[in-house]
Design a protein around this ligand. Structure first.
Ligand code: ZN
Length: 281
């Protein structure tokens, strides 16, 4: 299905974007910060197409042999992304700020949806996209408990087995600092963007989806009530049609649950190192 997107120019709030250009909703968070899953939540809305992280598309890590698209095809063989790549090829040599609006436009046309949900785990990229005057963009800063993020980082790919004793504590301190810096940069970006940005508390989304999605829905002028009802009923959400680079957990039906594994997994010393870093930096 393809839609025709008009090319009229409109100016609003110092931002020049094509009136018919898709709305880009950028979910930004530190790694393990629930940005991908939050984009899948919004992607339950029929106007929204969640892409997964499009950093340096198509030369980033999205399209690689062995890397699956959420349609379960290999990312190199997925017909949707092949079509996007073919149409985007003439633009890839352009400067970054000029080419990326073409990418979002092509994805909108190929998917037939006028809202694209992208993900940024890199604060530099969140800043670059948010400041690009050619994009019609809204930033959603996803907030998740720092201990849950640091714990996930420590246990990612069995790093916990490689680092024992004091080295593990050193890693806890570094991961905590990195997470805090990330949050601080995204907070500054939120302040800079004013009404074009909001924060989304992931714990609230899990525990009170009606309240959380009412806020997100108002921000984006979308009715997200049916999605909130689905999460509240404990029903799994459908995976996005063609999402790249999401975790394996987002490949099949998606359950929205708060990540409190850190309560069981973090050692006393790791939790102490987290709290001391928070208090002293
Ligand atoms: Zn696919």
């Amino acid at each position: 299905m393809k839609t025709v997107i008009e090319g009229r120019e409109a100016e609003s709030g110092g931002h020049i974007a094509h009136a018919g250009a898709p709305l880009v909703v950028l979910f930004a968070a530190s790694p393990h910060g629930a940005a991908n899953v939050s984009s899948v939540v919004l992607g339950q809305h029929p106007r929204v197409f969640p892409t997964g992280e499009l950093k340096e598309f198509p030369y980033g890590r999205q399209i690689n042999e062995g890397k699956l698209c959420s349609c379960k095809s290999d990312s190199t063989a997925c017909s949707f992304w092949r079509a996007v790549q073919d149409r985007y090829a003439p633009f890839v040599g352009l400067p970054r700020d000029e080419k990326v609006p073409h990418l979002y436009r092509i994805i909108a046309e190929e998917s037939g949806r006028d809202i694209i949900a992208d993900v940024a785990h890199d604060p530099d990229r969140a800043e670059q996209l948010s400041r690009n005057p050619r994009l019609n963009l809204r930033l959603v800063h996803v907030l998740k408990d720092g201990q849950a993020i640091v714990n996930a980082r420590l246990r990612h790919r069995n790093l916990g087995l490689q680092y024992a004793g004091w080295r593990r504590l050193d890693r806890t301190v570094k991961a905590t600092r990195r997470w805090r810096q990330h949050v601080s940069r995204l907070r500054d970006l939120e302040a800079e963007l004013g009404p074009r940005a909001m924060s989304l508390d992931y714990k609230l989304l899990c525990e009170n989806p009606a309240e959380s999605l009412a806020k997100l829905g108002t921000f984006l002028s979308l009715d997200l009530t049916p999605i909130a009802a689905k999460i509240a009923s404990g029903e799994p959400l459908s995976s996005a049609p063609h999402q790249l680079r999401g975790s394996d957990k987002l490949m099949g039906n998606v359950m929205i649950r708060y990540d409190d594994r850190y309560r069981r997994q973090m050692s006393y010393l790791e939790a102490l190192a987290f709290r001391l870093t928070m208090a002293l930096t």
